[in-house]
Design a protein around this ligand. Structure first.
Ligand code: ADP
Ligand code: GLC
Length: 493
């Protein structure tokens, strides 16, 4: 990295494959790699969960940090990700080395001390961006991802002396990190920060709000979502604040890791295929059917795939309600996901009711996720809201047209089928306007009709496979933003 490269600390609670519960893990792996290709000196800061140490062979100690009162001693370790991107690990065994996920224990309950766990991550990031940093490497920009990192913006606001500029990226406004107001003092923030124009949010202290109030720039992961969150319906209580801050708010559409998600080379697939040899995709469909004990139905029975967190956001309840009608089209339905217990149970019951037609796998399974993208004929995403969404981009690349609610990033990445959009070479999937069972079923029926017109379906698949969803466009926009903020901030810490 040349000495003039702009220095950016990328602060995140997830980074695939070391820690991933959803799209943020994918983004935190791929975006820094794309930024380094543009010559940005970006380094990732991640808590030292057990999965991080299991995947990392050797990490060198960079510094020790003693933060908060009573003091919490942590180590800062350095290693590299598989992509070559430097990774700093915030190692605090009592807080992070626990069995379970980044935010929850094995039973799916939030860790009770999440305020402290991610307050520490945020505080460590802010220290590294200020003159009190123990490191010679001083970031000019701190890039905070979602609420677990967002409190860094408040710490930097209250720091003295030269300090890094900061950005908060909102991957999902519904996750806000709201805690007891007593945390303001425990986390070493001044009492004055707990105010309506500061951290206070309906009687709680809010990490995400701290980011939205204090960051130099706010980004979110698609232009449509950036617009939607300024409305009462989608603003999760923060829409007025976002309206006030709209001059620093922008939407930068996520990309996908085009090497990891490529049907011509994907190591998880038993059969590889390209857009000019799509008949081979059928072999993956059969492999998927065999793996899940589904019948080899005739070719005109489409297989509908879902890979998703099973939550209200993702419309899991709509899938539950629509499943039997979908199966009766006829179609096969394959669902992989985990999330709210009621949806998991309802889906399992449906699978038991329609064996050979509906297959439900509850859990997190990277290999099966890839096989569903390849083996399905169509991919369903009835999300009520979707900041960006990655699966609809994966599915287009795999020749598996998505059927999705027209919201957020789904609107920005899918071109709805019509004879006109197909003739223009643009159509890539099917969008529906309302997150209802009726609208979902109508869109699937529309898709099934096109599926039976083999040539048109082939064109739809090929249009999707030809789309460029690589990270480079997004990385350029982030790089421009970093440069602008660093120039405005002047001398680094
Ligand atoms: P979100 O982050 O809101 O869950 P995204 O579409 O951005 O939604 O990203 C979801 C990511 O997580 C994708 O890479 C998807 O394949 C993956 N994923 C979600 N659920 C599972 C699962 N049960 N097993 C494997 N991968 C999953
Ligand atoms: C969030 C959003 C999802 C987005 C992902 C990565 O989890 O729910 O829409 O794709 O973050 O930005």
């Amino acid at each position: 990295m040349n000495g003039d490269a702009i220095r950016v600390l990328f602060v995140t609670p997830e980074c695939a494959p070391l820690a991933k519960t959803g799209g943020l893990g994918d983004v935190s792996a791929a975006l820094p790699a794309a930024l380094r290709q543009l010559g940005i000196d970006v380094r990732v800061l991640l808590p030292g969960y057990p999965g991080v140490f299991a995947a990392v062979n050797h990490a060198r100690e960079l510094a020790r940090l003693t933060l908060f009162e009573p003091p919490l001693a942590s180590r800062l370790l350095e290693t590299r990700l598989a992509t070559g991107v430097p990774l700093m690990i915030l190692d605090n065994p009592p807080l992070y080395r626990r069995d379970g996920g980044p935010y929850q224990n094995a039973s799916g309950e939030d860790w009770r001390d999440n305020g402290l766990r991610f307050g520490l991550l945020s505080k460590a990031a802010a220290v590294l961006g200020s003159t009190s940093s123990p490191l010679p490497w001083r970031p000019q920009v701190i890039h905070c991802h979602d609420w677990p990192a967002a409190l860094a913006c408040a710490y930097l606001h209250y720091a003295s002396g030269p300090r890094a500029a900061n950005i908060v990226t909102v991957h999902n406004l519904a996750f806000q990190g709201n805690f007891d107001p007593g945390m303001v003092a425990s986390l070493g923030l001044p009492p004055a920060s707990y105010a309506a124009d500061g951290l206070e949010f309906h009687g709680r202290m809010s990490f995400l709000k701290a980011g939205l109030v204090y960051a130099d720039a706010i980004t979110t992961v698609s232009p449509t979502y950036a617009h939607e969150i300024q409305s009462e319906a989608c603003g999760a209580g923060m829409h007025r604040l976002l309206q006030r801050r709209r001059s620093v708010l922008s939407g930068i559409l996520n990309g996908i890791d085009a090497a990891a998600w490529n049907p011509a080379t994907d190591p998880y697939l038993p059969h590889h295929y390209r857009s000019d040899a799509l008949e081979r995709k059928r072999l993956d469909k059969q492999a998927l059917q065999d793996r899940l004990q589904l019948a080899h139905d005739p070719d005109d029975v489409p297989l509908l795939g879902v890979v998703s967190r099973l939550t209200h956001q993702k419309g899991a309840d709509l899938l539950v309600q629509a499943a039997l009608e979908l199966a009766a089209l006829p179609a096969q339905l394959v669902i992989l996901g985990s999330g709210q217990r009621e949806h998991e149970d309802a889906l399992r019951a449906l699978a038991a009711h329609a064996p050979g037609r509906i297959a439900v796998t509850v859990g997190f399974d990277e290999a099966l996720a890839h096989l569903i993208e390849a083996g399905a004929d169509m991919f369903l995403m009835p999300s009520r809201f979707e900041p960006c969404g990655l699966n609809q981009m994966y599915s287009q690349r795999y020749g598996t047209p998505p059927i999705a609610h027209a919201t957020g990033g789904l609107t920005d990445t899918i071109v709805d089928y019509s004879p006109g959009t197909l003739a223009a070479g643009n159509a890539t999937g099917f969008l529906f306007d309302q997150p209802t069972v009726a609208a979902l079923l109508a869109a699937v029926r529309r898709a099934v009709a096109v599926y039976r017109e083999r040539d048109n379906w082939r064109m739809l698949q090929q249009n999707g496979m030809a789309r460029d969803f690589s990270w480079i466009a997004a990385a350029r926009q982030y790089a421009e933003l970093y440069l602008r903020l660093a120039a405005r901030r002047g001398s680094p810490p």
